[in-house]
Structure formats: structure tokens, C-alpha cells
Design a protein around this ligand. Sequence first.
Ligand code: NAI
Length: 244
Amino acid sequence: MSFTGKVAIVTGAGSGIGAVTAKELAREGAKVVLVDKNEENLQDVANDCGQYGKKPLIIKADVTKDDDVKHIVKETIENFNQLDILINNAGIGNRSTIFDENLMEQFDQVMNTNLRSMVHLTHLAAPYLIKTKGNIVNTSSVCALRLLKGKSLLAYSVSKAGVDHFTRCVALDLAPHGVRVNAVNPGPANTNLIKDKEMWTDCSAFKRLLEPEEIADVILFLASDKARSVTGSTYGCDNGALLI
Ligand code: NAI
């Protein structure tokens, strides 16, 4: 899959799925824009991407802050004058229930990070993606589709269900402009987001966690011309977590 000449924004690029996706895109020739609130991690990822020849653009941004989101698009266009691919991946985990005393605080934080930021960045990036007939891949989760191990993960699951439906809405809005929009729905993965690794390992038919590389492979497929007929899809990548 060649991404030569393409400009790709990856949010949450400082760690886990986003970091690996950015490196894979760089390896396939893309000019990558690395976005994360954690700047220290971004520098390490940038060094890895840089070995493939193109110096990435680093943007320290908190995607829950409106001015930071505006800055992401402005900087990208000022530097590269185009945008082909948007990987909306930044997200946080959360284990809330309806009984939690501070539920609304948690709910707002999770929705702002996992969903509202995605809506805002997509809104601002859309005019540039239309120009290049580019595409968007959103990182959702199996939790959008089903509750694993009897854990509701209330705020997280609702935010990811929102990501799936947002993906379909934007796919329909942008289809007349030749822009594709898809989501990947990973099962439990071996990243910093998962604290209780043993418990989550038991949640898949294969009885293992996904490696971020396996999810990045699906993201790159969806972002590539090989997926030219795929839009509005929520694409499973979960070691069979939805089977059990
Ligand atoms: P991670 O914790 O390794 O990486 C997430 C990155 O997002 C971090 O670098 C973090 O600094 C960044 N981030 C968080 N909030 C941010 C904000 N407000 N502004 C800017 N950057 C921010 O976790 P992972 O697993 O790589 O997560 C990536 C995406 O994958 C998330 O959307 C997560 O919900 C999703 N996901 C993860 C699964 C897992 O089991 N690890 C399973 C299904 C989905």
C-alpha cells in the first residue's frame, strides 16, 4: 500500500495504536502530522517516522480544546498545503457505571475526548479532504457494539457507539464529494489504555490481546485505495471478541 505524496493527520500519535499507525504510514511514504497532548512521546515517534525519509510535523494539542483543534488543521495546511487522510484516534479509557457519584464529570470528559473532539476536527478538516478526495478513519471499539464480560463501561461504550454512528453520518455527508469515512472497532489491545490486561485477554475467542500493529494494518487498509469502495463501515478487528 503506497501512501507516497499523501498527508495524514494522526491524533493520539504519542502512544499505542496511533503511534504504530503513524509509523506505518510514514514507512509507506506518507507525510505524517503527529498530534498528541503528550509532547515527549511525540518526539520519540517522530524519530522513528523520520528514519523513512520524511520529517513528520509534531503538533502538541489537547483535542478537547477548541483552539488546539483549530491549530491542528491550520498548522497542517500551512506546512503541507494539503490534507489527504485524517486518523481520528485519540481517546481515553474509562470504567464508569450509572451508580458512580461523579458520573457526569467522567461522562463529560470521555465524551469530549472520544467523540466531541472527533466531530470538531472532522468538521474543520472536511473542506481540505474534499479538495484531495481523501478519507477518514475513526478509532472506535468493540464496546460500541457489545458489552464485554458484563462490564457496561458506561461513558466509554456510549462514546464509541457515538463514534460508529458519527462515522455513518459523515460518510453519507461526504460521499457526494468522493470522501470515504470508516471506523475500526478493535477489541482489547496491548497498549497503555488497558490496565487489567489479564482480565481483557479472556474477552476474545483467541484468548489474547491485539497488538497495535494488527489494528494499524486494518487502519492502513481502510485509508488506502484498496478500500476505495468501502465507506460508512465499522470494521471489526477483535480476535473474535464479539463471538463469545
Ligand atoms: P494509548 O493510551 O496507548 O494512546 C492514546 C493516546 O491518545 C495517548 O498518547 C494520549 O496521550 C492521547 N490522548 C488522550 N487524550 C488526548 C487528548 N485530549 N488530546 C490529545 N491526545 C490525547 O491507547 P490506545 O489503545 O492506543 O488508544 C487509541 C484509541 O484506540 C482510543 O480511541 C481507544 O479508545 C481505542 N481503543 C483501544 C483499545 C485497547 O484495548 N487499547 C480497544 C479499542 C479501542
